[in-house]
Design a binder for this molecule. Structure first.
Ligand code: HEM
Length: 425
């Protein structure tokens, strides 16, 4: 075998069916139907996709088109919602965060937190975050078999994010449970109110139509109260400062902002690290290759991000009649950028189903790309995934699967929610 072969492998033998209903949450309980997305990229890259309630949206499955949509914020607005769910004007206003804003309004809100998430700020937290990763991993490794998601991946991101936000470790567990209920709002394992299975009308004015948002609001207010008159140098403290034209956020804006951070920074990173470990467990030569070449770790993390693309899509809404990929899009139409598909576009990535740590160019869209909404937590997420791999590799020869994995029921988040592993010391 050529030496470079230790750093590459075709990571998916089974790409799933090629006629899956990509709108159905149930579809994804069997994993992402990559064959269906490959067919769409090939045959109908800007595809009108009907929804069960009679509405529909354009599925944009190729990289260049998705990039175009994410950059052209005048034609494709975020202000009418960034997930497929339809909201009326009242709901939209009540649930609005910077994600549902366009520049220049968006820029003013983003500025409030940008500094707290720059590469440099995040790297200044490397040591405490590494220690936390080491502590959690060592505890998990006391058992020869354990659930990687529950014992490691679930434990870390919220506690790591908490270090930047300024919440203490003791709050980590409940923030994880609430965050799960938000992003897992279609999976009965995570909420008693799956939005497409039970009536959630009474929660339509709070984020993700989830009762957990109400508890997060309460917690956010307690945190704000603690800081009033006693400023803290953390992100919650920054959010409370009078920054937007000298005016502080209202309580409601602050609550929504805090909820956004908890929702965005928790499960996404958990599922990314789980996906990475899953890939390497199933392809031990990748794990061995990486152990022998720690200088490839940064590339490996990018490849994990590309191949996992945990936030599978984000939506925009056309503001004017326009054209994309030869299709006429009308003002008001919903347009979904499928990042999972863009990241596997054969015209943008050579051998897209190959995990390649030596990939020369990896401009994946796991965090969006180049548009104003490029993921705020990208540097934090990258560091978290890297530290988990580094600290794991120091301690175990490798991990191997010890049972079936379980996928999240969601057409939005590609998550592995259970992954039993066995330690090879
Ligand atoms: C691997 C993990 C992560 C992935 C795959 C991910 C993915 C994304 C994507 C694709 C977007 C773009 C949304 C759009 O275009 O509308 C985004 C935005 C965002 N992400 Fe992440 N994210 C991750 C981790 C994090 C973390 C750790 C945080 C920390 C708080 C975070 C906070 C945010 C926020 C606040 C936004 C909205 C930015 C804006 O509207 O300006 N994310 N994320």
């Amino acid at each position: 075998m050529a030496e470079s072969a230790t750093f590459v492998d075709d990571y998916l033998a089974d790409l799933g069916p090629d006629d899956a209903d990509i709108t159905s949450h149930d579809t994804y309980t069997n994993g992402v139907p990559h064959a269906t997305f490959a067919r769409l990229r090939r045959d109908d890259p800007v595809h009108w996709t009907p929804e069960a309630d009679g509405s529909g949206f354009w599925s944009v499955t190729k990289y260049d088109h998705a990039l175009h949509v994410s950059r052209d914020v005048e034609t494709f607005t975020s202000a009418q919602g960034i997930r497929l769910e339809e909201m009326d004007a009242e709901e939209n206003a009540a649930r609005k965060t910077m994600m549902e804003m366009d520049p220049p309004e968006h820029t003013r809100y983003r500025r409030l937190v940008n500094k707290g998430f720059t590469r440099r700020t995040v790297e200044s937290f490397e040591q405490p975050i590494r220690s936390l990763a080491a502590e959690v991993i060592e505890r998990a490794l006391q058992n020869d078999e354990f659930d990687f998601v529950h014992d490691i991946a679930e434990e870390l991101p919220m506690r790591m994010l908490g270090k930047l936000l300024g919440t203490s470790d003791e709050h980590g567990r409940k923030l994880v449970t609430w965050g799960d209920a938000l992003l897992g709002n279609t999976d009965p394992d995570f909420t008693d109110y799956p939005v497409d299975l039970v009536d959630t009308d009474e929660f339509r004015m709070v984020p993700f139509r989830s009762p957990a948002a109400i508890e997060i609001f309460q917690f956010a207010q307690e945190q704000a109260e603690k800081r009033r008159g006693c400023p803290h140098d953390d992100i919650i403290g920054q959010l409370l400062e009078p920054a937007i034209d000298g005016v502080p956020l209202t309580d409601h804006e602050f609550n929504n902002f805090f909820t956004l951070l908890v929702a965005a920074g928790n499960d996404t990173t958990r599922y990314t690290m789980t996906h990475g470990v899953w890939t390497m467990m199933n392809h031990p030569q990748l794990w061995r290759g990486l152990r022998g070449r720690p200088d490839l770790m940064v590339n490996a993390v990018e490849e994990v991000l590309r191949t996992s693309a945990v936030t599978m899509h984000f939506r925009r809404t056309a503001t004017v009649d326009t054209e994309l990929g030869g299709k006429k899009i009308r003002a008001g139409d919903k347009v979904a950028m499928w990042f999972n598909s863009a990241n596997h576009d054969e015209d943008s990535f050579a051998n897209p189903f190959r995990f390649d740590m030596a990939r020369p160019r990896n401009d994946h869209m796991a965090f969006g790309r180049n548009g104003p909404h490029l993921c705020l937590g990208a540097w934090l997420a990258r560091m978290e995934v890297r530290l988990v791999f580094e600290e794991l590799m120091k301690r175990v020869d490798r991990l191997e699967p010890a049972g079936d994995i379980a996928h999240l029921r969601s057409n939005f988040i590609a998550g592995i929610k259970r992954m039993p592993v066995r330690v090879i010391a």
